[in-house]
Design a protein around this ligand. Structure first.
Ligand code: AMP
Ligand code: FE
Ligand code: FE
Ligand code: ZN
Length: 285
């Protein structure tokens, strides 16, 4: 029998991914996945779109979101899962952060102007997208010929520490966790492998997280080992996902990193308790 795989980290066209939620569902099935969570930046509208127009789903889809937070000046991403999709509090929380993103993008565009790179919001703010970020700006920089690739845009101008980078307003990690918990969801530290300051890791492990993203596309088994040990010690759920974004971030396949059946069931059962009406939409899977 095929191994059970659930990809719990990917982005749709509702944020900075290139595939629609429906296309992600199709690709998940094609790639043999049994579970999926779309973790768009600061929005779960993609999940709501799926549930409003349920295609014959033989795949369990859990609501998810990725929040960009800070801990002592360090950027830390948090994944939220299995929360109540009807939580008005959480919808507003995400919506406020999307507005802050728009303000942050304006500052980035001003900085780019100083380097004679003219980009207007209207160049990328269109379609179904709800949450805009640097990849959208990078795409326009490529399209206008200012840089050759998205990677170059990040490396030279808009990556962290580069001249046109702007941090923007971010939640503290504790605020992010609290918001997810208030919506009755589970809070998971995203790709901890990127955090190389030990003090920050120590601080994060003292916060009330429910899980840690042990399996992540860009890392080898030996690094997974380290995070598995930490997760066991702290009794945290060990999730995994690819961080697939589609063609905007080439080289990563949907499902290349994944969550196993045991952990997926914890998240799925939690969701059945929190929002049975939504959960039942996928119960035939
Ligand atoms: P933002 O949410 O606006 O801070 O942008 C963060 C997103 O930019 C990440 O989720 C990635 O999709 C993308 N990103 C970050 N760094 C890079 C990079 N060096 N090259 C390409 N994409 C990147
Ligand atoms: Fe992204
Ligand atoms: Fe992230
Ligand atoms: Zn991500």
């Amino acid at each position: 029998m095929d191994e059970f795989r659930a990809d719990l980290h990917c982005h749709s066209s509702f944020s900075d991914g290139t595939l629609t939620p429906f296309e992600l569902v199709d690709l998940s099935k094609k790639n043999g996945l049994k579970g999926l969570s779309i973790t768009d930046h600061d929005t779960f509208e993609g999940y709501l779109a799926l549930t409003k127009n349920t295609p014959s789903l033989d795949l369990v889809v859990l609501p998810g979101v990725e929040l960009s937070c800070t801990q002592d000046e360090q950027d830390v991403h948090i994944l939220g899962y299995s929360f109540d999709p009807d939580s008005l509090f959480f919808q507003d929380f995400c919506s406020l952060h999307r507005k802050q993103r728009i303000e942050r993008n304006k500052i980035i565009l001003e900085k780019l102007k100083k380097y004679d790179m003219i980009v207007d919001e209207s160049d990328f703010m269109k379609n179904d997208t709800q949450s805009y970020g640097r990849p959208h700006i990078a795409q326009v920089l490529v399209k206008k010929g200012y840089v050759k690739s998205i990677q170059e845009a990040f490396k030279k101008y808009i990556g962290e520490g580069k001249p046109c980078y702007e941090k923007g307003q971010k939640w503290d990690v504790q605020e992010g966790i609290d918001a997810i918990h208030k919506a009755r969801g589970l809070a998971v530290i995203a790709h901890p492998h990127f955090i190389n300051r030990r003090r920050i890791i120590k601080q994060l492990l003292e916060l009330p997280f429910d899980g840690i993203e042990v399996y992540y596309s860009r890392f080898s088994y030996s690094e997974h080992d380290k995070w598995q040990k930490i997760a066991r010690e702290k009794n945290l759920a060990m999730t995994g996902g690819s961080d697939f974004h589609g063609s905007i971030k080439p080289g990563i396949q949907l499902g290349c990193s994944y969550t196993n059946e045991e952990t997926f069931l914890i998240l799925k059962n939690h969701f059945f308790e929190v929002a049975p009406t939504y959960a039942k939409k996928f119960q035939n899977a």
